[in-house]
Design a binder for this molecule. Structure first.
Ligand SMILES: [Zn+2]
Length: 199
């Protein structure tokens, strides 16, 4: 079954986090699954990200023509990104043991690329389509910026990583309309059930 790449699936706020969030319910051994298990989904994700991440990408499209060739690199960057920054949020530190494989995976994504990157807006320097694995690597590396590190969060409902861009830095959910409401509905259901049990 193909994935419907809805705006909600781009709640991470950065390409690298949206990619990290393609593993659903991380840490839940029984229910977790990988939306990139079918490599063809990488191309469909890249097409959707070209629209939903247009700001970050400077309006350039992502190109993922040979998904089988890049599948391994993409998964390596995605997993190393999630490991490094999830621990960063949970423990408040970036571990050298996670940083080293992260940098290696990003280097693999960039190896052989002739792309150049701008100093202010990384993807604004060039023109034409961006190789997806190189863009993913640069997006992941941009998470090392202090303004991103200080705003990294984990959604308490779905476990996704996201950047909190709210003014006062108090955003709780990756997507209020989805995760915030689910939590509210759950609380409501529990209260109704409790009242019924008490009656
Ligand atoms: Zn969420």
């Amino acid at each position: 079954m193909t994935v419907s790449w809805t705006p909600h699936r781009f709640s991470g706020g950065l390409l690298a986090l949206d990619a990290a969030n393609t593993v659903v319910l991380r840490g839940d051994v029984e229910r977790s699954f990988d939306r990139f298990a079918d490599p063809a989904e990488i191309a469909r994700f890249a097409a959707a990200a070209s629209v939903f991440r247009a700001d970050e990408l400077g309006g350039r499209a992502l190109a993922a023509a040979d998904v089988h060739a890049i599948h391994g690199k993409v998964i390596a960057i995605r997993e190393a990104t999630d490991r490094l920054f999830r621990r960063g949020v949970l423990d408040g530190v970036l571990a050298a043991a996670d940083l080293s494989p992260f940098l290696t995976a990003c280097a693999e994504g960039l190896a052989g690329s002739a792309e150049t990157f701008g100093l202010d807006t990384p993807f604004g320097a060039g023109a034409g389509p961006l190789a997806f694995e190189a863009a993913l690597a640069v997006s992941a590396l941009s998470l090392m910026r202090p303004e991103h590190l200080g705003r990294l969060r984990i959604c308490p409902n779905c476990n996704w990583l996201f950047i909190d861009r709210s003014r006062n830095g108090s955003r709780l959910w990756c997507d209020m309309a989805v995760c915030g409401n689910r939590q509210k509905a759950r609380r409501h259901y529990r209260r109704i059930k409790q009242e019924a049990d008490d009656a």
